[in-house]
Design a protein around this ligand. Structure first.
Ligand SMILES: C[S@@+](CC[C@H](N)C(=O)[O-])C[C@H]1O[C@@H](n2cnc3c(N)ncnc32)[C@H](O)[C@@H]1O
Length: 298
């Protein structure tokens, strides 16, 4: 089975504007699709790649210019400094999960097959999706379903989970599907479960918090003229990236200097973001929610 098909490959690599002798970082190595393309464009340059999932080891090419780190990208700065890298020419992040993680049923990312409800990208981290379902209070669960899954009946779903878990454990994909199946709209069951599972995954892996931590560290590391290239798959993530590129903060609050000029750390390269075209989608429909944003450090 294919490990991953990279989304928006050409557009994102063009967006990095690679300097052949520069230092680049791919914080989401996965199957290495973007990394391999970066290496092709490098001469004496270097690439540092992060992935918190040890399964990514199987995709590392033999190339002295690549340093792979099995680390969470929230530790970007410390890892680079540890390796004596103080500034970088570009960083790419292709967020979310790989096909491999999704397709390995026993990892519990998909509702399509029964398995333990795990959903950890890093299998040495503590909290699984089943822990959230069994332990979180009702309001916190509702919040997750609403914020990360955009489920409109999030409160009723959370109430049902709390009621069901008084009598039986919610440990597997089938357990949760049975528990809340009655809330799935007729003929939109798959969409409903996809949203529910996505919301749990984002919480289990702290995806929004860690994205913010990484972006904040990336800004001072980037050289002037260096590129920040991010592909996201969820509107909440996209808002975080868009605001950060526009204003340097996550709220999107513009700051002005003494003369009233808007202070911004980046020049935005593609204002509306870039989405896959029909040709890409005909070959890789899983890229359908991808949105690429590119910015250059001023
Ligand atoms: C969409 S895939 C990237 C695919 C890759 N661009 C390719 O072409 O094969 C996302 C990868 O990022 C990793 N990942 C997600 N969040 C991470 C984080 N906070 N730190 C490190 N790796 C992360 C996941 O484990 C997954 O392998």
């Amino acid at each position: 089975m294919v490990y991953h098909i990279p989304a928006l490959l050409k557009e994102s690599i063009d967006g990095l504007n690679i300097q052949p002798d520069g230092i680049y970082v791919d914080v989401t190595f996965g199957g290495g699709g973007h990394s391999l393309e970066i290496l092709k464009n490098l001469n004496k340059g270097r690439l540092v790649a992060f992935d918190q999932d040890e399964d990514a080891y199987q995709n590392i090419p033999a190339d002295d210019r690549l340093l792979f780190l099995n680390q969470n990208f929230r530790f970007l700065r410390n890892n680079l400094l540890f390796n004596k890298i103080e500034s970088i020419d570009g960083l790419i992040a292709d967020l979310g999960v790989s096909f491999h993680q999704f397709d390995e049923a026993e990892r519990g990312f998909t509702f399509r097959q029964d398995a333990p409800l795990d959903m950890r990208m890093n299998r040495s981290s503590q909290v699984k999706a089943s822990d959230l379902l069994m332990n979180m209070d009702e309001a916190a669960l509702a919040d997750i379903f609403f914020k990360y899954g955009e489920l409109t009946n999030s409160r009723r779903i959370a109430r049902e989970i709390v009621a069901v878990r008084q009598n039986r454990q919610l440990l597997s994909v089938n357990d949760i599907v049975d528990a809340v199946g009655r809330f799935a709209p007729f003929r939109q069951e798959h969409k409903f479960y996809a949203k529910l599972f996505q919301s749990l995954r984002i919480e289990v892996n702290h995806e929004i918090d860690y994205l913010q931590e990484m972006l904040e560290q990336a800004l001072p590391l980037l050289k002037t003229g260096g590129r920040l290239v991010v592909i996201s798959y969820h509107s909440l993530e996209d808002r975080v990236i868009k605001n950060f590129m526009k204003t340097g903060n996550f709220e999107g609050v513009e700051k002005k200097d003494f003369y009233g000029n808007i202070e911004t750390p980046f020049r935005i390269i593609n204002k509306k973001g870039t989405t896959p075209d029909d040709e890409e989608l005909s070959k890789n429909n899983r890229a359908r929610s991808a949105r690429l944003r590119i910015a250059e450090k001023i």
